[in-house]
Design a protein around this ligand. Structure first.
Ligand SMILES: [Zn+2]
Length: 160
């Protein structure tokens, strides 16, 4: 039994394409300023508000609505000033996706295989590696939380 191959087949059949925004934590985005107390420029058209340089990857995934732990609801309150209509998803990703906390998964509209607008922005809370009998990582179960999209996210997706 090859779980990696099974997951890949399942995602091919039942998955959908999304965008993975990977932060390069060695390099801050141009918008990041030490003087502003580490806040990145809110409408930055490059980094999706992460404050880091990022790479954009097309991924195949499948997701489910997850019940939202209280800790995530609190995080969400801070982001959205009391708006708690919680939408959180669990994403299933192949092992090579190697998801990291704080990276983003975007649900987008596609035109000719190219992302043209951002519908949803989900921040990864934790990427849980699921291991096979030999200890090898077979796939990831990724817990995410919802963040409102900004106008500049659409610019960012076409900037790269
Ligand atoms: Zn930026």
């Amino acid at each position: 039994m090859d779980i990696r191959r099974d997951i890949s087949e399942i995602l091919k059949k039942y998955g959908h394409e999304a965008i993975y925004i990977r932060r390069n934590k060695k390099f801050r985005c141009d918008c990041y300023s030490e003087r502003s107390g580490g806040q990145s420029y809110d409408n930055c058209p490059k980094c999706f508000g992460t404050g880091y340089t990022v790479t954009i990857e097309k991924i195949r995934t499948r997701r489910q609505i997850s019940s939202v732990p209280e800790s995530l609801v609190r995080a969400r309150k801070q982001y959205e000033h009391g708006y708690v209509a919680a939408n959180a998803y669990v994403y299933y990703l192949e092992q090579q996706a190697n998801p990291k906390d704080g990276d983003l998964i975007l649900e987008v509209d596609w035109r000719n295989g190219v992302p043209v607008s951002v519908n949803e922005k989900n921040i990864i809370s934790v990427g849980d590696p699921l291991r096979g009998s030999g200890g090898r990582i077979e796939f990831y179960k990724v817990y995410s939380r919802f963040e409102p999209t900004r106008k500049s996210d659409n610019n960012a997706i076409t900037y790269h």
